[in-house]
Design a protein around this ligand. Structure first.
Ligand code: PMV
Length: 332
């Protein structure tokens, strides 16, 4: 087969990855744990075609920018090398959620691309190898291969470039009842890309060592809380992980927060004071994702929607991992 269509979903990290290991390869310096979200999807079709002189990349109907194009070609080159495939490819991808929503489209995008490209090239790889391939393009993409609660470790210390590092499923989507309310703030675009932000944090932050020491501890506790089905503890630890990550970044001048981010954080605190358990997490942007119990999601959503600077609230739930579509020719 030389054509395949894959669907993948964004994920939100509860314990954050922030910082790469020194050296080559995209190896995280700290472990992370995420939840894959249902209802939001990236559809990506890859077609290897003898008639193409160059790889072609179309994202949401437009030619991919230079940086995206080269990241896609890099992944295709890895697949071509593994499969002995000489042909160029056409990649057509569409997100059904707003790319400015603060949901990492690179996670669902590279997960869908890795799955579609390996299948189109005829590689019979299991999810473990596909996750490793996705990780080489975007670390968080490794986690979107799996559904539910997903973990990504740091791998063995030596000779990492030669080793495979893939995410691993920890618990099914229905293991812990959870609502993830994505609060999209008005100032949407990312000031500093995540790789650049991480590099600056590790190089310049007086607190980067503290983050690198604390993140694995938070991760272990969060992992235990997920397995114990303890929503309150999961929420507290997820918020602590996000705040610690941002504290170390802010000290390096890597500031993703805006006034709306702080307003949203204060609504989350007010909800808690009124007795509604709600916890915030923030990625490399100004948007805030609020974790609540599904039964409280309506009340939390209303409070977040009424917060100055919050433009829209997307109500997401844990969902499934990346899959192949049965009909690769489905319209995108
Ligand atoms: O996978 P990247 O390079 O886009 O980095 C993602 C970093 C965070 O979203 C902030 C945290 C995480 O673990 O997803």
């Amino acid at each position: 087969m030389s054509e395949a269509l894959a669907v993948a979903h964004p994920n939100v990290a509860l314990s954050k990855y922030w910082g790469k290991r020194p050296g080559d390869g995209r190896f995280p310096a700290v472990p992370s744990l995420s939840v894959t979200l249902a209802g939001l999807a990236t559809h990506t079709r890859v077609r290897f075609d003898r008639g193409l002189a160059d790889d072609r990349v179309v994202l949401d109907g437009l030619a991919g920018d230079v940086r995206t194009h080269s990241r896609v070609v890099e992944l295709l080159d890895r697949v071509r090398a593994a499969a002995g495939e000489g042909r160029r490819a056409e990649v057509v991808s569409r997100n059904d959620f707003p790319t400015a929503s603060g949901l990492a489209s690179s996670a669902s995008g590279f997960a869908a691309l890795a799955l579609a490209a390996t299948c189109a090239a005829g590689l019979d790889w299991g999810p473990h190898r596909v996750s490793d391939l996705a990780r080489r393009s975007s670390v968080s993409a490794a986690r979107s291969i799996y559904g539910g609660f997903v973990e990504l470790g740091v791998g063995p210390p030596a000779a990492l470039e030669r080793d495979v590092l893939a995410a691993q499923p920890l618990a099914a989507a229905d293991h812990l009842p959870l609502a993830v309310l994505v609060c999209v703030t008005t100032e949407g675009s990312k000031a500093i890309g995540s790789s650049e932000g991480m590099r600056m944090t590790i190089e310049r932050s007086p607190y980067s060592r503290a983050w690198l020491d604390e993140a694995p501890r938070l991760h272990q506790s969060l992992r235990a809380a997920v397995l114990a089905n303890d929503f309150q503890r999961v929420g507290e630890l997820a918020e602590a992980s996000a705040l610690a990550m941002h504290a170390s970044a802010i000290a390096a001048g890597v500031i993703y927060w805006t006034g709306a981010t702080l307003q949203a954080l204060s609504t989350v605190r007010a909800l808690r004071q009124e007795g509604t358990p709600a916890f915030a997490t923030i990625d490399a942007g100004p948007h805030v994702k609020v974790l609540s119990r599904p039964a409280d999601a309506g009340r939390v959503r209303d409070a977040m929607q009424a917060t100055p600077g919050v433009e829209r609230v997307i109500d997401a739930r844990p969902g499934e991992g990346a899959t192949l579509a049965s009909d690769a020719r489905e319209t995108l």
